[in-house]
Design a protein around this ligand. Structure first.
Ligand SMILES: *[C@@H]1O[C@H](CO)[C@@H](O)[C@H](O)[C@H]1NC(C)=O
Ligand SMILES: *[C@@H]1O[C@H](CO)[C@@H](O)[C@H](O)[C@H]1NC(C)=O
Ligand SMILES: *[C@@H]1O[C@H](CO)[C@@H](O)[C@H](O)[C@H]1NC(C)=O
Ligand SMILES: *[C@@H]1O[C@H](CO)[C@@H](O)[C@H](O)[C@H]1NC(C)=O
Ligand SMILES: *[C@@H]1O[C@H](CO)[C@@H](O)[C@H](O)[C@H]1NC(C)=O
Ligand SMILES: *[C@@H]1O[C@H](CO)[C@@H](O)[C@H](O)[C@H]1NC(C)=O
Ligand SMILES: *[C@@H]1O[C@H](CO)[C@@H](O)[C@H](O)[C@H]1NC(C)=O
Ligand SMILES: *[C@@H]1O[C@H](CO)[C@@H](O)[C@H](O)[C@H]1NC(C)=O
Ligand SMILES: *[C@@H]1O[C@H](CO)[C@@H](O)[C@H](O)[C@H]1NC(C)=O
Length: 371
């Protein structure tokens, strides 16, 4: 009895006492896909692929002036968050080149929430898929941990002032399913599995001491120029009149996001000493497309900066950004989309601001800050 009580006390004392009220983060740990990858895919793909376009010019041109492995012309949301907290840009975990004391980025472009094995077993894999799914990223975090903190208490203390970001995940799961021939109706059936995977990852981090966990939803996939460019002779009623985006894919994204929001609320309910934040990619991108001038974007917001195609989206799937002869636009600041799938630094900047100030996150990442 005494032993049991002792054990319970240990467990209890290993949980933080109260909700953090001032997010003066001392480190950032990020999990995700190409919207957050700052260099991991390039490390994974280098021994396998001959040409890695995201590692070539003009990727990175706006801010870094050279490719960094980011799928953009410059900084991602994650970079803007790090800068806002005066932290170094979060180093990619697979580039064993820096200290991870102030955070590590485990995100891999193309990563899925479901395990790689799921796609292999269901005949949905393709040569461009790498084994960097959410559970693999959690494994890397577990591998890194002993270098950051030793005891359970020490780790709880360490992570109590860290910002954890779990996502975006899901968009690639659905894309690979559709690419592999699943109907949209079948894809809807997998949404609960995907949500469960993301939610379990957040919960695992909470058990390890995370006190602030941001869970981003997916982007409006019907507004992805690469999807729009695939078939430019679809009937008018397939498109949302207000945006020109594809209805069916945006419906799927909204369904995922509403289910994810429910899961995040449930986690918040179960962990009152933790701050859980649902962060939105969907609403900002819709805002950019509906009212581009409000953000300084051109009035054809679905047209991409880096491409060379004869269609209105400037996307040719056989001639993508950074391939020979495919360069970028004059002024990337005026574009929402960079390469057909990923956003420009300018777009990511607006989204980061909205996550911080609450326009695009609930609650805002900065809520509770005194200054
Ligand atoms: C935030 O943390 C840094 C060190 O990590 C410290 O120098 C600074 O004073 C803190 N700011 C506030 C407002 O607590
Ligand atoms: C952090 O973001 C907030 C909200 O957008 C902004 O007001 C503030 O100036 C930013 N701080 C830094 C240091 O970038
Ligand atoms: C690794 O570190 C070196 C020296 O600090 C730096 O020049 C190089 O760019 C880094 N590599 C990556 C991939 O960040
Ligand atoms: C993916 O990587 C993990 C961790 O390294 C490994 O356990 C798993 O077997 C791999 N999956 C496949 C399908 O190769
Ligand atoms: C797997 O998919 C490929 C192409 O999508 C198809 O040719 C093949 O027959 C499928 N195999 C099985 C076992 O379903
Ligand atoms: C494009 O969409 C139209 C209308 O739905 C369809 O008839 C046509 O087969 C599609 N073309 C391709 C290449 O998928
Ligand atoms: C895409 O590129 C191919 C050659 O790689 C070309 O034949 C085709 O016309 C291009 N399509 C568009 C829409 O630009
Ligand atoms: C686009 O492609 C055409 C035809 O291949 C080529 O002449 C032109 O230089 C390319 N323009 C850019 C900006 O890549
Ligand atoms: C918050 O950020 C969004 C996105 O950049 C911006 O449109 C909005 O004006 C900001 N709101 C405040 C109160 O700063």
């Amino acid at each position: 009895m005494k032993l049991l009580l002792f054990f319970l006390l240990l467990v209890v004392s290993c949980h933080g006492d109260s909700k953090p009220d001032s997010p003066n983060f001392t480190s950032i740990f990020s999990f995700g896909d190409s919207f957050a990858d700052t260099g991991n895919l390039v490390v994974l793909a280098t021994p396998v692929l001959k040409d890695i376009w995201i590692d070539m010019n003009p990727y990175g041109e706006t801010f870094f002036h050279h490719p960094t492995g980011r799928c953009s012309d410059g900084r991602l949301v994650l970079d803007f968050l790090a800068q806002n907290f005066s932290l170094p840009l979060v180093p990619p975990y697979l580039v064993h080149n820096s200290s991870f004391g102030q955070g590590a980025n485990f995100a891999v472009a193309g990563a899925t929430a479901l395990d790689f094995a799921f796609f292999v077993n269901n005949n949905l894999s393709n040569p461009f898929m790498f084994n960097g799914s959410l559970s693999v990223q959690l494994g890397w975090f577990a591998d890194l941990k002993p270098s950051l903190c030793k005891s359970c208490e020490e780790c709880q203390e360490y992570f109590s002032t860290s910002l954890f970001i779990v996502g975006e995940f899901g968009a690639n799961d659905y894309a690979f399913m559709i690419f592999g021939g699943k109907t949209l109706e079948q894809v809807y059936g997998y949404v609960p599995m995907v949500i469960q995977k993301i939610s379990a990852a957040a919960e695992s981090l909470i058990k390890q001491g995370a006190k602030t966990v941001v869970v981003p939803g997916i982007w409006p996939d019907g507004c992805t120029p690469a999807n729009l460019a695939q078939n430019t002779s679809r009937p008018k009623e397939d498109y949302e009149p207000e945006t020109g985006c594809l209805k069916d894919l945006n419906d799927l994204s909204r369904y995922h996001n509403s289910e994810l929001l429910k899961a995040v609320k449930q986690l918040q309910h179960n962990h009152l000493d933790v701050r859980l934040i649902f962060a939105d990619y969907y609403r900002p991108i819709l805002d950019f497309v509906r009212t581009p001038h409000r953000f300084g974007f051109i009035d054809t917001p679905l047209r991409v900066c880096c491409g060379n195609a004869t269609n209105q989206y400037n996307v040719n799937l056989s001639e993508v950004c950074a391939m020979p002869g495919v360069g970028s636009c004059e002024n990337p600041l005026e574009y929402v989309n960079w390469d057909g799938v990923h956003l420009t630094e300018a777009a990511y900047h607006h989204i980061a601001e909205g996550w911080l100030n609450g326009t695009y996150a609930e609650p805002p990442i900065l809520s509770g800050v005194d200054n």
